[in-house]
Design a protein around this ligand. Sequence first.
Ligand code: ZN
Ligand code: ZN
Length: 580
Amino acid sequence: MKKLFVTILTLAVLFSCNKSTKSGDDNTLDEKFDKYKEGFVTALWQINPGWASAVGYHKLDSVLVVPDAATDKAQLDFAKVQLDSLKQYDIENLSNNNKTDYYMIKNQLESAIFSIKELKSSQWDPSGYNVCGSFAEILNGKYDSLEVRLRSFNVKMNSIPAYYEAAKKNIKNPTIEHTQLAIDQNLGGSSVFETDLNDALAKSKLTSTEKKEIQNKAKVSVKAIKDYAEWLKNLPNKTPRSFRLGADLYAKKFNFDIQSRYSTDEIYKIAVDHKKDLHDKMFVLADKLWTKYRGNEAKPTNKLDLIKQVIDQISLKHTTPEKFQSEIEKQIPELIAYVKAKDLLYIDPSKPLIVRKEPAYMAGVAGASISAPGPYDKNGNTYYNVGSLSGWTAENSESYLREYNDYILQILNIHEAIPGHYTQLVYSNQSPSIIKSILGNGAMIEGWAVYTEKMMLESGYKNSDEMWLMYYKWNLRTTCNTILDISVHTKNMSREVALDLLIKEAFQQQAEAEGKWKRVTLSQVQLCSYFTGYTEIYNLREELKKKEGENFNLKKFHEKFLSFGSAPVKYIRELMLSGK
Ligand code: ZN
Ligand code: ZN
């Protein structure tokens, strides 16, 4: 699931030129704003060429920005100039699409200022310095000939030594956890300049002089990377910063990253109450199912133990490693037919989802993820990547398949594909916005996928006590992710208490819980995005139901909600409640 979240973070939607279709007096203002956006994006790429490459804009592939004081100043200047420009536009008179774009640009700029002036992760997170991934992407790319890409690679290497020298100057009292991560990732990644580069050179038609030049620079690059790791290992870090962000910075980062109408304290309270509610509902179901799954065994007195024992038994119903992909493939048309029959929302039949075995470069971790074409790759396919379990030990694949048992696998398909991520993506492509494709709100995107899980079950999809019990277990994961993240970063929750929460209260395996602990020590806020987005969407629906009474129509609600694209839910809410 970790990989899944990484993929969704970089998930971007198709871009096509955004022409205002609105008629009337506002037309010129929207046209002006569209022009502004074009200029904004071009300028954004100029100062963030690495980000540009990552979303498929390859004109600046050969530029590696040295992260020194001048770069910070350029970022701050850019933010100030752009924030000034935004003031020229009267937001009330913009189209809905441009309104939300406006808010998202403003948030991005203010967030950049916050990062440099207050968050300052450039000082305490040494893993923020790593060139290997972007060089690997140049080698893996399909957008240009190997020779052209290798020449970008060559020029880009020039700045690597200065890059790591600047990094060393920035770092002050880093956290122990991010320091270790930086050492591991830089040492691991350096093979790009040794193994992968040599393979690519051998295949290329470059002259031997060019090849020699590249190989020499690669040696210098590897030395700079390894020196950095060595420097970190020997850093006399007597007063390391805690990996815990602290309540003040956390609340601010939460507001920038999630853009929720709820504060950290509010969503924490909602999550804690929701966990209790889930436990109550699970107990009722597990108690009812006890005899069916545990026969005449005596019921445990502890409610959580009772729930766990029933879940363990239900989880034994699962597919085989060989059938894992075909099982997923089989479910996609079933889901489409169901959504149609129940009139839940329109699904465009002209944009099929291609299920494929996870390609080799995607690290070989099992799981499922959606790969969508970026904003500059209009004709790319959308794939549902399914990890292979071949080569796994019998023990590991059994444990994995129990996790993704016959019930959870269906919920995973709802989340990833129909009507979750994939469907949302198709809709967002219908109101294309380069802004939403590069600044898309993660909480809205994840929230939608999590919302559809519950919505499908509420509509009756594969209804059974087992299905609901397993769904509640799955929903506990996102709920507890939120409790965990806020507790660890703002309430000093210990590792022991955290593992207890995940294992005893969310029924996770030891290995899964330990992985989650590691993740929470290295990231902040992101773990809250799923639950926060879900809560906001669900509550918006209930609010509209009340307001519209008998006129409320679920299909219309879904289609209208998705028509706003990947904007923060709080802005979609404002527009929907005001009937826009
Ligand atoms: Zn089994
Ligand atoms: Zn997701």
